[in-house]
Design a protein around this ligand. Structure first.
Ligand code: ATP
Ligand code: MG
Length: 465
């Protein structure tokens, strides 16, 4: 009885929503805002040639969605009934890529158009005839989705309604199988089909929901939002290399600050960054400010077309988790500097089990952190040597970030700002003035005791504790 009540209470959330029709809604050119000449002429040309050769072909996905919203698309994707081999036979400049699922890249100078053959979802419980392996694991996650299908199948297997719009630049018609146009008008991210099942098939869709909601400033429709918190831990089973790619998209698309807020709110941040998530709990203001300021700054740089480095981003995302570890190691008797080194090493190693950050980024993360140790030590020739260090700029920016988040550094950021602006004699004066301070390292009066080597007594993460 109770169970039944519970089920009937749950049913509005669990009932599969019929968002995919077998016949699409067809919008003629007067019923939508798209214009053929807004799309990449190469992509339009590919569609025309495939259609002339007798295949079905459409522009699809992000480019149609973004165009409808007046956003310049990142790239243009084509979906077609032609197989990769048939596509390659039509285009000399085509390359088949991907092993698990073949795609075709057609090259036009620097522009690449991705052409994909219509795909279908593996039905639940379907057994793969060749290998006798199931296409899903026990939690419903799709392991292989390398089956070709019809146009309808292709619409059905896509993630969100707004991503399942097909534009035919020849007839200038839009095919809408999933009420995507309705959701674009109402600014809603809505999964196609039963949300819980679709997230279980591919938990990364939870991250994609957040990414599109932040990028487009859309809401996540209620039934698509509700299963996210309970299913968030499923992200722990996603291969760390795939998560690295997804996290870069989340934080390097120009909407990182809003994305971060949403990830935390939907409890998706914890499975991605477990240590930082703990820091958010025990040191909320500092951690939140440092991470969101770093992300806001990244967003700004992207808008200004300035380069951004994932290393700086990861350095900021992980930094607030360091002090507790440094302290723990120090309590076990490890001296400050080795404790800092060891904590950094441990933290990065642990993080890489979730998100496979490549070595070309973990090295600079360590360097940015090491620089925090060195920036206070400016006497003699040290300041000038630091300025010449290729990592100085990142280290200095990181110091300013820490100060912005409320860390007490005794004016160190301002000192370095002035030092960079000063001429030679100005610089000499600044170094000399350091010597007249009680602490020649410029630490201020509190820390008089120094070891004979002049090393700081504590790791440079003090204020974060
Ligand atoms: P953008 O490229 O602007 O980030 P997009 O919608 O083009 O957005 P892509 O990751 O390039 O996103 O994917 C292209 C299309 O493939 C999507 O629009 C969607 O229809 C489909 N798709 C991508 N990933 C998934 C997924 N995990 N599950 C189902 N469909 C997906
Ligand atoms: Mg795309």
């Amino acid at each position: 009885m109770l169970k039944k009540l519970f089920q009937s209470f749950r049913s509005p959330l669990r009932k599969p929503q019929q968002h995919v029709r077998t016949t699409p809604e067809v919008l003629s050119s007067s019923q939508h805002s798209l214009q053929r000449n807004q799309f990449s002429r190469y992509a339009v040309n590919i569609v025309e040639r495939l259609q002339t050769a007798g295949y079905q072909a459409y522009l699809v996905g992000g480019c149609v969605r973004d165009m409808m919203l007046g956003i310049t698309p990142k790239d243009f994707d084509v979906a077609t009934s032609a197989t990769p081999e048939q596509i390659r036979a039509e285009f000399r400049n085509a390359r088949i890529i991907g092993r698990r699922f073949k795609l075709v890249h057609i090259h036009f100078g620097r522009e690449i158009i991705e052409v994909a053959t219509f795909r279908a979802n593996h039905p639940i419980d379907d057994e793969d005839e060749d290998s006798n392996q199931s296409s899903r694991n026990e939690s419903g996650r799709i392991l292989r989705d390398n089956v070709y299908g019809t146009l309808e199948d292709d619409a059905q297997r896509r993630d969100f309604t707004i991503n399942a719009l097909y534009y035919d630049p020849v007839t200038e018609r839009v095919l809408d199988y999933a009420n995507g146009v309705h959701d674009i008008r109402n600014r809603l991210i809505r999964l196609i089909g039963d949300p819980q099942q679709r997230y279980k098939e591919d938990p990364v869709r939870m991250l994609r929901a957040v990414r599109f909601a932040a990028k487009l400033d859309f809401g996540i429709e209620k039934h698509s939002a509700t299963p996210i918190r309970p299913l968030a831990p499923m992200l722990r089973d996603i291969p760390s290399a795939r998560l690295f790619e997804e996290v870069l998209k989340l934080f390097l698309s120009g909407y990182a600050e809003a994305t971060f807020e949403m990830l935390v709110d939907l409890e998706l941040f914890e499975p991605l960054f477990p240590a930082s998530s703990k820091a958010l709990e025990y040191n909320p203001t500092y951690t939140h400010t440092l991470i969101s300021e770093a992300l806001a700054n990244t967003d700004l740089r992207i808008k200004q077309n300035k380069p951004v480095t994932p290393a700086f981003l990861f350095a900021a995302l992980l930094w607030p988790a360091l002090p507790a570890r440094v302290l723990r190691l120090q309590e076990r008797g490890m001296p400050p500097i080795p404790a800092m080194q060891e904590a950094a090493h441990e933290l990065i190693t642990e993080q890489c089990q979730r998100i496979a950050i490549p070595k070309r980024f973990t090295m600079p993360i360590r360097e940015i952190w090491d620089m925090q140790e060195r920036l206070p030590r400016r006497s003699g020739k040290r300041a000038d040597l630091l300025l010449e260090n290729p990592r100085f700029r990142a280290g200095y920016d990181f110091l300013l970030l820490r100060e912005l988040a409320g860390e007490e550094t005794d004016g160190l950021g301002e000192w370095w700002t002035d030092y960079q602006d000063a001429n030679d004699s100005g610089r000499r004066d600044m170094i000399r003035d350091l010597g007249s301070k009680p602490d020649a390292t410029g630490q201020g009066p509190r820390k008089r005791r120094r070891s004979s080597s002049g090393k700081r007594k504590r790791a440079g993460v003090d204020g974060a504790e």
